[in-house]
Design a protein around this ligand. Sequence first.
Ligand SMILES: [Zn+2]
Length: 285
Amino acid sequence: MTIREGTAWSADLGGGARIALVQAGTFRSDAGTLFGPVPRFMWQGLVADEIDANGSLLQALNCLLVETPGGRVLVETGIGERSDEKMRERRGIQGPPVLPALRSAGFDPGTVDVVALSHLHFDHAGGLLAQDGSAAFPRARVAAQRMEWEFALGDNPRLQASYDQGELRLIEQAGWAGAVDGEAELVPGVTAIRTGGHSGGHQAVVIRGRDRTVGFFGDLFMRPWSANPRWVTSFDDFPLTSVEVKVGLFRRAVEEGWTVVLSHEADTPVGRLRADRDRYRFEPL
Ligand SMILES: [Zn+2]
């Protein structure tokens, strides 16, 4: 099965590699938390059009479908479909979760070979499970960092809040079996790179076709303003690491002309990075 038009964005990367962005619904996050250490006067103008009366912003759940001659990779799974009504309301969850979103893009979830997750926070790993708690991608390797599983199922109360441990335990066995250590090629042309920062075992995913490379930096680069390496969220568990690894990844993306896809941007999720004084700037395609 090939990727049909009608997805949010798709591109031919050359050499038989194709990529499509599939948005698995949206949720809402507190704006102040998203801007972390940045004072309000510096960011309020950027979100004046989208902030609501509760001070929250719309966050898309961006997933990537990658088709290569060596296999099909899904990057990220969103929140999934197992949240109860109370949770849906509290987190402002709307729109189709990953399984129906994939199907309407013409993609059979049963044919995914690898599910790569930037990290295991609830809004990235929730879609690993179907509504009945079984594996949503039954034949797929679950490729998150081994270190991320250790952090996710650990007992540090500061780190636990962003992980849904009960849900992760349902898929834990596949998680350990498919886990990645450091940098690894998942299928030819698709590489996971451990970064840490946003979470202890966070990873970036780089997709290389013959003609074009796409970088997906997970929640190190969720919205356009995250292009400033020092603008990290309060959700970042290891913020100083985030700043350091963002500088390295962004420099590489500029030098090698990568297309980048943002993890939580609804309207302009695809673009390029440009160097800008002591920081970077995101330019939508
Ligand atoms: Zn996230």
